[in-house]
Structures are given as structure tokens and as C-alpha cells.
Design a protein. Structure first.
Length: 433
């Protein structure tokens, strides 16, 4: 265990939205932190790419470093916050270097944890320091600590929910405002919910999927999986789909799911149609919600804000207080040597009812060619909605199917895309059962 002095020296690497908020919180809550832990803190080093960028505080030049790696050699650091957010590069080098020098590390960097979490956790255990990443999943919701500590003796078999506040805001706002995806995305960017330059990691499902990998490793005591899984985002969700779903009493949500199916590991992120009457169907805006299923707890639900520097900083400070109280813990709840690899579930056997939307030429025989193709691939139909656009000699066909396998639906759609009467590639959204 690292011996800690009465006053602990802190370094913050990265001064973006989260880094600035964190810096201000640490300054503002210094006394509160001391009252709760009996320890004083002092920020002795900060680092960012651009020293001259406008920020809400004046940078103390004496503690600013352009090269964060120099901090490890030139300063006595007890706890380091990494809030740069890269999966590699300076993020990995600074975290790795700090752990090797027996410095506690706190980060909200889900991309780094999902990629190198096993290696970094092992490094932390070896050097008897903490590698904390509560803020990497679901913003301010203490989901990781709940799994590691509150539900430590439970056998968890499934974790699912809304893990990305940006996409949840976009889908909710499209429904509420009846505005297009692109208009709502621009609004999300202006409010700070989506990255202003390149929001694709939120939109394509990657952000939520990194969180699924972390939740899976914690919940099932497995190594972070590298399996090829279904990962889909919301870029292809059209306002038309939102409106049709509403008419059917459904809502579209981007869900992250990890579970043990037939003793095998299943992980996925994709848009789902859920009932408007369900709990998950009423989690809107930037809210996140995580639902755990296990024994003996049954079902447990945690909900809170998942986007923005405030909720993220709340979790970062929670990790800080845990360290200040002297809690040296295994990063994934159990020793690295006791975490196992779980065989991957075959994604082709994943079954769901489907929502299929076809944009077609309005002419005889088109519907029957689609339904015949579905029947050929053992996909049975539950409901058909046909909306003609006589002016443009087009029609929209929506088909809700009974449950079918991923393999059947993939093979069917690959064949249907060759149908010249279908004017654009069909939209597929799975119904969450």
C-alpha cells in the first residue's frame, strides 16, 4: 500500500470541458473533501494541449506542463486524473507511467479502459495502487461501485440499458420536436451534449459499446472481451421511423446489452423498439438508465444524467474520496488472475421480432415479392402497414415480424437489396423483447 501524507498532491491531465469542471470542483470543495476524509489535497500540476485557450480560470504557469509525461519525473504526485479521453497515445502513456510510479489513477476514459483495462488493472494491482474509472460508464450513476461493492455477492446474469446520453437526447428530441436527425444533432452540439466537431463515436454506438465491455467484465468476472459483436448506432434512424413507432405505441432507444446466454457471453449495442408503457421507454433526454438482473437481488435499476461535465465530475470525485479514505481495491472487483475468458455467444442465433421499413415503387407485385422473400427465410409476419405516395408513385411498407434469428434476417435483407423495386436499403430495428 502506498503511504499517503496528510496533504496529497494531485495532477490533472486534460483541460477540456470535464477537466475544467473537475479543476473548479476540486478548488471549491477542498474543505468538504478534508472534512469527509481527513486529508487535504493540493493541485500541483495541470496539463493541456493548448496553454492559451480561453478557460473559466486563469492558468497558474508554475504548475502548467505542455508535456504531461514530464510531470511524472519532475513532481511528487499521489493521485493523477486523466481526462484527455484517447484510447491510445498520451492517455495510455500517462496512465501506464503513473501506475508504474505507484501513483493512483482516476479516469472517465471508457475507450482506454475498454481497450487496455486488463493490462492497466494488472499494473495497478502489482504496484498496490488504485486504477479507478467509475466515471467511464453512465456519467454520475454509481453503477460500477454498485456492482463491485453493493452487489458483490450477487450472481449477475444480465445488464442492459441506455448508456449514452447524447443519443438518448437526440431520439427524445426528434419525437418531441418532430425535427429531423440533423437538426436535432446540431441542437445537441450547441447545448454541449454532442461533440461539436466529430460526434460519430456517440452516434455509431462505439461509446455505448465500450461501456458494455466494461460492465460485462465487472458483472461476470471475465476478461474484457475482444469478440466481434453487433454494434449499430442511430445514424440511420429517420423521423419517419420515430413517427411510425409512436403510432404503434413504441419508442426507439439505443440499448447496450450484456448477458450470459447458455453459459456464453453476449454483448451488443443497437437501436431497439420498446413499449411506451415500459420503464426504459420513459427514460428520456440526456438521462441514462442501467438495469441489472441477478440472484438474489432480482432486478435493480439505477438512473441519472449520463452526459455533461457535472455528472462525470461527480463520479471522478467519488473515486477520489474512496482513495483518500485508504481503500486500495482491485480495479475489476476481483484479482486479475481470477478473471476468466468466457466463450462468445454466436450472434447468428440472436433472436428478435423485427421492424422493417421498405421504400418501394408503387406497382403491383412489389409487396408479394417482399413477403415471399421473408417466408423463404422463415420470417413470419405479424403486421403490415402500407402508406402510398401516389403523387410520386412510391409507397412505404412497414412490416413487423415474429421472432427470427439474426442469420435469417441478414440473409433475407441481402437478397432483398437486389430487388430493383426497393428504392433504398431497408431499415431494420429490433424489438426489445
Amino acid at each position: 500500500m502506498v503511504k499517503m501524507n496528510k496533504t496529497l498532491n494531485i495532477a490533472i491531465i486534460g483541460l477540456g470541458q470535464v477537466g475544467i469542471y473537475l479543476y473548479n470542483e476540486l478548488k471549491l470543495k477542498k474543505k468538504d473533501i478534508e472534512n469527509k476524509t481527513g486529508r487535504k489535497i493540493k493541485i500541483v500540476a495541470i496539463s493541456a494541449k493548448n496553454k492559451n485557450k480561453k478557460r473559466s480560470f486563469k492558468i497558474d504557469k508554475k504548475i502548467f506542463y505542455s508535456n504531461p509525461l514530464k510531470i511524472l519525473d519532475e513532481k511528487k504526485i499521489d493521485i493523477l486524473f486523466e481526462v484527455v479521453g484517447l484510447s491510445d497515445g498520451v492517455s495510455k502513456r500517462i496512465v501506464e507511467g503513473a501506475l508504474k510510479k505507484k501513483i493512483h489513477v482516476i479516469t472517465p476514459n471508457k475507450a482506454l479502459v475498454a481497450k487496455y483495462g486488463d493490462y492497466l488493472a494488472n499494473l495497478a494491482e502489482k504496484n498496490k495502487v488504485n486504477f479507478e474509472f467509475e466515471a467511464s460508464v453512465a456519467g454520475g450513476i454509481p453503477i460500477l461501485r454498485t456492482i463491485k461493492e453493493g452487489l458483490a455477492t450477487n450472481k449477475i446474469n444480465k445488464v442492459y440499458g441506455i448508456l449514452n446520453g447524447t443519443t438518448n437526447y437526440i431520439l427524445s428530441e426528434m419525437e418531441n420536436s418532430n425535427q429531423s436527425f440533423n437538426k436535432v444533432l446540431r441542437k445537441a452540439q450547441s447545448l454541449g451534449y454532442a461533440e461539436p466537431i466529430d460526434p460519430k463515436l456517440d452516434l455509431n454506438g462505439f461509446d455505448a459499446f465500450a461501456k458494455v465491455r466494461i460492465l460485462s467484465a465487472l458483472s461476470f468476472n471475465n476478461k474484457i472481451s475482444k469478440n466481434k459483436c453487433i454494434m449499430e448506432g442511430i445514424e440511420n434512424i429517420d423521423l419517419k421511423d420515430i413517427n411510425i413507432a409512436g403510432q404503434l405505441g413504441l419508442r426507439i432507444k439505443l440499448l447496450g446489452i450484456c448477458e450470459i446466454k447458455d453459459n456464453k457471453l453476449f454483448e451488443t449495442v443497437h437501436p431497439c423498439l420498446v413499449s411506451k408503457n415500459s420503464y426504459i421507454g420513459n427514460v428520456n433526454g440526456v438521462m441514462n438508465a442501467v438495469i441489472l438482473e441477478g440472484k438474489p437481488i432480482g432486478e435493480s435499476v439505477l438512473q441519472g444524467e449520463g452526459a455533461g461535465p457535472g455528472p462525470t465530475s461527480s463520479s471522478l470525485l467519488s473515486d477520489l474520496l474512496s482513495i483518500l479514505r485508504g481503500n486500495i481495491k482491485k480495479p475489476f472487483g476481483v484479482s486479475s488472475s481470477k478473471r476468466k475468458k468466457i466463450e462468445n455467444f454466436n450472434n447468428n442465433n440472436y433472436t428478435n421480432s423485427l421492424y422493417l421499413r421498405f421504400e418501394v415503387k408503387d406497382k403491383p407485385g412489389v409487396l408479394s415479392s417482399i413477403t415471399n422473400n421473408l417466408a423463404k427465410h422463415k420470417i413470419s409476419i405479424q403486421r403490415i402497414i402500407q402508406t402510398p405516395d401516389k403523387k410520386n408513385k412510391r409507397a412505404t411498407i412497414v412490416i413487423i415480424t415474429h421472432k427470427t434469428s439474426e442469420l435469417n434476417s441478414k440473409n433475407c435483407l441481402n437478397l432483398l437489396k437486389k430487388n430493383k423495386n426497393i428504392t433504398k436499403y431497408p431499415i431494420l430495428i429490433r424489438l426489445y423483447n
